[in-house]
Structures are given as C-alpha cells and as structure tokens.
Write a protein that binds this ligand. Sequence first.
Ligand SMILES: Cc1cc2nc3c(=O)[nH]c(=O)nc-3n(C[C@H](O)[C@H](O)[C@H](O)COP(=O)(O)OP(=O)(O)OC[C@H]3O[C@@H](n4cnc5c(N)ncnc54)[C@H](O)[C@@H]3O)c2cc1C
Length: 445
Amino acid sequence: MPNEVLIIGGGFAGLAAGVALAEAGRVVRLLEQKPHLGGRARSFLDPATSSKVDNGQHIFMGCYHATIRFLSTIGTLDRIRFQQHLTVHFLERNGRLTVLRCPNLPSPWHVLLGVLRSGSFTFKEKLEILRLGGSLHWGKAMQHGQEGLSVREWLTRLGQSERLQRNFWDLLCIAALNEDPSVASAALFERVLRLALFTSPEDSRLGIPHVGLSELYVDAATAYIHLKGGRVECGQGVAGLLVSEGRCRGVRLSSGERIEAEGVLSAVPPFQLASLLPGELLRHEPFFAPVVSLRPAPIISINLWFDRPITNLDFVGLRGTTIQWLFNKGKILGAGENYVSLVLSGAHRHIARSKEELLAMALRELGELFPQAQQASLLHSLVIKERSATFSPTWEAEQLRPTARTPVRGFYLAGDWTATGLPATIESAVQSGYNAARAVLQNHS
Ligand SMILES: Cc1cc2nc3c(=O)[nH]c(=O)nc-3n(C[C@H](O)[C@H](O)[C@H](O)COP(=O)(O)OP(=O)(O)OC[C@H]3O[C@@H](n4cnc5c(N)ncnc54)[C@H](O)[C@@H]3O)c2cc1C
C-alpha cells in the first residue's frame, strides 16, 4: 500500500518503532525474516526440560525510560521485577560473599553510602570509588582530550587500582558495554555510569523479567500493531531496498515479490543491512560506512540444570573467574527447577572454544564458588553462543553510528547500533525505534 510504512526486522527496535507509528495512526507492515520475532532478545522452550530459555540473560535498569514506556504502552511492564533499590551480590573464588546495597537516598548519596557500607571493597578502594563518584556527580570526571581513551586508560588515570578495576569496574564495564575495558570507549562508559548510577536511586535499580524474554514483549507488541490496523509477518526476508533517484520506494523480498511503500524503516543489525543496500550506496555514501566498519562482540550463555539447588541468590557477580554472572533462573521464573544461567560477555577469547570445553570450565568454576555444586548432579546443559550479540563499542565505533534520518529520502534507520549515545542494549534499541518513528512522522505527516 502506498501510504504504508514498512519496517524490516522484528526485534525490540522494529517492534518499538511499529508500536510508536501505530500509536500515531500510521499503517504499519513489519517484515521479519525468521519464523519468530524477538531478534537478539528472545526465548524458546527447551525441548529436553520444557524450561523457558532466553537466548541470553537480559537485565533491565530503572534508567531504561524508553523501554519502560514501550512496555507500559503494550501493557507488560509488570512482567519485569524491579529491585526496591540497587542491590548486587559478589562472590569470590574462596567462597566469600559480599553485597553492594544502595539505600533510597538522593543521588549520589545512594551509591556513595552503599559503597561505604559494603564489604565488597577495602577502605582504600572505597576512597578510590568515592573520588571517582564525586567527580562524576559534582565535577568533570572526563577531562577535555580524554574522550578517546579506553575504559582501562581512563580508570587508571582516575587512580582506580588494578585490583579494584579487576574486581569491580571490569565486571560493570563488560556487563554494560559487552567489551573488554582495554578496548571499550571511556566516554561511553562514563555516560552509562552517569545515567545508571548517578541520576537517581530509581534509575539505578535493576530489573529482571520473570517470564521468558519473548513473553515480555513479542506477542503484546504484535497485538498492539494488529489492533491499530497494521500487520506483522514472520518468514518474510527482505533481500534489498528499491532505491531510485535518491528515494527509497519499497523493498524486494527474498521470494522476489516487490512491495512499494511511502517509507521504509530498517531495524536490522549493521551486519545484515549491508546486503540490503544497493552496492552503489554502500561503496560511495559515507553515511553507510559503519555498516561495514562496526565489529561484532560475542556473549556466551551456559545454561545448567541440576538435581538440587546450588544457591538461594537471585543473581550474583563472580570475581576472579572466567564466568562473570550467575542467574538463578529456576528461582527467577518461579518454575521450581534447579536451573541456572551463567554469562560470559565480551567473550572474544572464548567464542571459538567447543561447547564441551566451555561446559567443563563452567562446572569447574561453579564447584569452586558454590560448595553445593560439588554434590549436585548435572541433569542437562545448553550452551548458547551469540557471536554478534552487540557491536564492539570502541571510541572509533562511537564516531560512526548513524542517525535515524539517512541521505536516502523515505529510508530510516533504527537498531541498537544507531546513534543513541547508549551501548548496544534494549534501551538503545527502543530509543532508536522511537527516533526513527519520529523521523517518519515528521517527513510524512
Ligand atoms: C546474549 C545477549 C545478552 C544481552 N544482554 C543484554 C542485557 O542484559 N541488557 C540489555 O539491555 N541488552 C542486552 N543485550 C542486547 C540486546 O539484546 C540488543 O541490544 C537488542 O535486542 C537489539 O535489538 P534490535 O531490534 O536493535 O536488533 P535485533 O534484536 O537483532 O533485531 C533485528 C531483527 O531483524 C531481523 N532481520 C535481519 N535481517 C532481515 C531481513 N533481511 N529481512 C527481515 N528481517 C531481518 C532479524 O532476524 C532480527 O529479528 C544482549 C544481547 C545478547 C545477544
């Protein structure tokens, strides 16, 4: 239909854009190549255990304002359980368990007091964190000319000791940016710290869905778009854009069918957009350069089912081990299973290892961390490798991220990798969907 807006891709970005456009009264047709929606944030039923398994554990934060608005619009926000206030447990290899619990005080006192009271840090480390936190809140933690530094270089210049970086900042950096601190952009990390830790106690809270990821948003967003007269179609791969005289006029499907539309909004990752763009644009239009320049960063999830519980904690950060976080999925989902999911982000050095090797490493480390794991029998395991979980957020990559408006009239970009100022996260994806929807509405009112 000529007045229709086509959306390519049914992840968070595409569905958020679809909901925003439908809300504004536009006719939406969303095309997803896979038989299911959800993209890099989806769940499925494991055939061996019938458990709901996510493609990887996803954490939300109180500062995910666009995501909270999106889930409120489609009526599923209550499927995320948000903490009352930021609380994170840390477990060391020797079995020592500590907690960082930030009280409900105005920012930055919630974090500063939380750090002061926590057994997770030595006295000297507390002073180091307070100094950094103070300059983030009251001063300029990032001096002019430091924007191009890596997280490692920046933290070292700010007097954060090697031990504190290894035991605390590295865990935060890899969890938030999915990249090693020696490579990740300090400017981006600083922005994340400000938004997540130094805005308000509400924004600092973590949220974990108590349903499978797909149940959180996929069906409800689809129902919303349908209700407003739009369509969501799976198994419809787009093979290319129809571009002539500097204007996008529709798409060509893998089946050969051509669909004309008033506007086309791509919500696919850069690695897949490359094959949709006409070669001419890819070669000669600098705007599209990031499509081939951004590099992927992997995440590995190791899902384990035991015959007995190995911990009572909901989740815990692990210090001194290869695996970084443990999520007690049986408890979180309330399904009564002894099912845990282990996360290994920024996993460049491990992605080529066999699943058997990764499993053996995980079981060895779990045995050291949790005495109960030594007695427990493993009933089932599932290792999931997401090779292109996010793009690698280096300083150079940050300079390349494109806006929602493109030089091609009628063609718009969304996706967690576009210029949102955030790392590749759900919040970035949803914000990008909203940005692209706004650009469509401004140009085609
Ligand atoms: C293991 C893992 C853990 C993560 N943990 C977190 C976390 O804790 N917190 C957080 O906020 N974020 C996390 N993320 C990041 C988050 O999942 C992504 O940022 C977000 O899902 C990206 O959404 P998107 O819509 O931009 O892209 P995608 O989800 O990749 O969606 C793109 C869609 O486009 C489709 N598509 C591609 N090409 C075509 C085509 N030619 N035609 C039609 N359709 C096409 C794809 O099939 C896909 O469904 C994690 C990611 C992974 C993989």
